[in-house]
Design a protein around this ligand. Structure first.
Ligand code: SF4
Length: 362
């Protein structure tokens, strides 16, 4: 894949969250200070769709609108929606009978859907269509009596949802370290599926080890690690070798954001840190740093990245070059339950949401 470097205008010097450093007092910097800004970064189609779904539900039904789990894994997004009247709960038994509840982008198991139905809850399912695709694969291969090895992080909401589609057929493989312990009924009838937000490289290593043990292991019908996760990792792989420091904007429970830090370090960044907000950036990180890479996870609004860029400008990193490895223009329709309501209300403002991918050509 080819890349393009694009100079982007720097925003005006910001309102500050912290006092600017005395940049003249910092350790000497070899070379000109600059920022390499990854593209794609930030919101993916599934996150955009889920956030718009909550906003539209609040607009059309009025608060409170209950949301099971964080709609997407981002502190800023969750607190912004709370301020508008969304109420986040861990389980549907915290939702008053008959109230409206939205299922998050990470998906839910059939047991959660049936519990909500038993309690008479009205539901909007904001599960990302790319997560739903993995659920369907799980159902299909369980029906065909395969053992399904689900590569993913035990305890992550998405993995719980997918595993809940066929618990008797699915075992979770956290990574290469779990491979030796995997037991299957028939080595000729095994398939692997995965969480959508994993490290592509680590997942392929897990698959390689699984195939050493089960040579006829089947691959998923199409990639389970989604386009947004893959694209953001490709972009940071391009930047990392030239970066003294990579800052990833994203929350601690955002799997794809945490993976970006790991990938940056694996591909040569001298240091990499994840921050939720610009005011978490520590000025000691800039000592001796000429080139700063910046990216953000798939659940991160661009405004948070712009805050970081303004902070960097204060520290002398004013030359921002965008490194583009793909263009995204995919659109997902809003959840069907909401589309019907919007249609009735004559609201055509946002029948669709999200962005997808288009490789950059030379
Ligand atoms: S990261 Fe991928 S799977 Fe998750 S919401 Fe975004 S597009 Fe969907």
């Amino acid at each position: 894949m080819t890349t393009a470097a694009v100079s982007v205008p720097m925003p005006a010097v910001p309102r500050r969250r912290r006092a600017p450093a005395d940049v003249t007092a910092a350790a000497p910097v070899i070379g000109t200070k600059k920022v390499l800004l990854a593209a794609p970064r930030g919101y993916c189609a599934g996150v955009d769709r889920a956030v718009v779904a909550v906003e539209k539900a609040l607009e059309h039904y009025g608060p409170p609108v209950y949301v099971r789990k964080q709609i997407v894994h981002n502190v800023h997004v969750v607190s912004s929606l709370e301020a508008k009247g969304a109420v986040f709960v861990d389980e549907t038994d915290e939702v008053p009978e008959g109230a409206l509840v939205i299922f998050s982008a990470h998906g839910v198991s059939p047991a959660v859907i049936s519990t909500a139905a038993d309690r008479g809850l009205r539901t909007i399912d904001a599960t990302c269509p790319l997560v739903t695709k993995v659920h369907r694969e799980a159902v299909r291969f369980a029906r065909d009596d395969f053992d399904i090895l689900l590569i993913g992080h035990e305890g992550h909401e998405e993995v719980e949802g997918t595993a809940g589609e066929a618990p008797e057929h699915i075992q979770i493989v956290n990574g290469p370290q779990d491979v030796d312990a995997v037991q299957v009924r028939d080595p000729e009838k095994v398939i692997w599926l995965s969480q959508t937000t994993l490290s592509v490289d680590e997942t392929m290593e897990t698959v390689r080890l699984l195939k050493d043990r089960f040579p006829t292991l089947q691959d998923p019908p199409s990639d389970d690690i989604c386009y947004a996760t893959t694209n953001r990792q490709v972009a940071i792989k391009k930047i990392a070798p030239a970066a003294d420091l990579v800052i990833v904007v994203g929350s601690a429970n955002s799997s794809n954001s945490v993976r970006l830090v790991e990938v940056a370090l694996e591909y040569g960044a001298k240091a990499s840190y994840r921050v939720d907000f610009a005011n978490e950036v520590d000025e000691s990180w800039f000592e001796g740093v000429a080139t700063v890479g910046v990216t953000s996870g798939a659940s991160v609004p661009e405004v948070l990245v712009q805050d970081v860029l303004r902070l960097l400008a204060d520290y002398g990193y004013q030359d921002v070059q965008e490194v583009v490895t793909a263009e995204e223009d995919l659109l997902f329709s809003l959840p069907k339950e909401l589309r019907a309501t919007l249609k009735q209300a004559g609201d055509a403002s946002r029948a669709l949401g999200g962005r997808g991918q288009r490789p950059v050509s030379s």
